[in-house]
Design a protein. Sequence first.
Length: 186
Amino acid sequence: MPLKCRRRSLLAFTTGFTNRVRRLYAPNSKKGPEIRGDHTTMPGTNVRDVNPHAFVKAYAAYLKRTGKLEVPKWVDLAKTASHKELAPYDPDWFYTRAASVARCVYVRGVVGVGALTKLKSGSKNRGSRPHFSQKSSGSVARKVLQALEKIKVLEKNPSGHGRRITSEGQKDLDLIAAQIAKTGAQ
């Protein structure tokens, strides 16, 4: 008997979960504001609606083209994590990381250095021993957040923990996302 109850509650949970996902992410055919999460937005294209890879590439190109993002001098020498053997091959990796972090903060809301190091983690090669997860560099995450804060894409959270996206930054990111959706690079 308890097995049936578990199945029923599991089924109710998964159905409720899928309905919530549909309500949050399904395209709304009605005109007017859509409800997404805990806030309302006007209909239009935002970062969540486009392919993440295409968005990060486009926003990194935008950051490089504008030249506002201040890149540290040590960028060509630094590894991005302790589990990496070499520095990145891409000379513009800092712009790509900044675009990825900006998207991450947009999607998640408030993100700090510790959360970014966990998000960019990877497995360490320990030879014949089992692999386990290693965090990425906190210095790189901190410098990326500071650089994005300097160009007014991010701001410190008033509660004192992490950073969040500014209205200016959200406008820029939504503009890039709209351009990607318009060209159909999904």
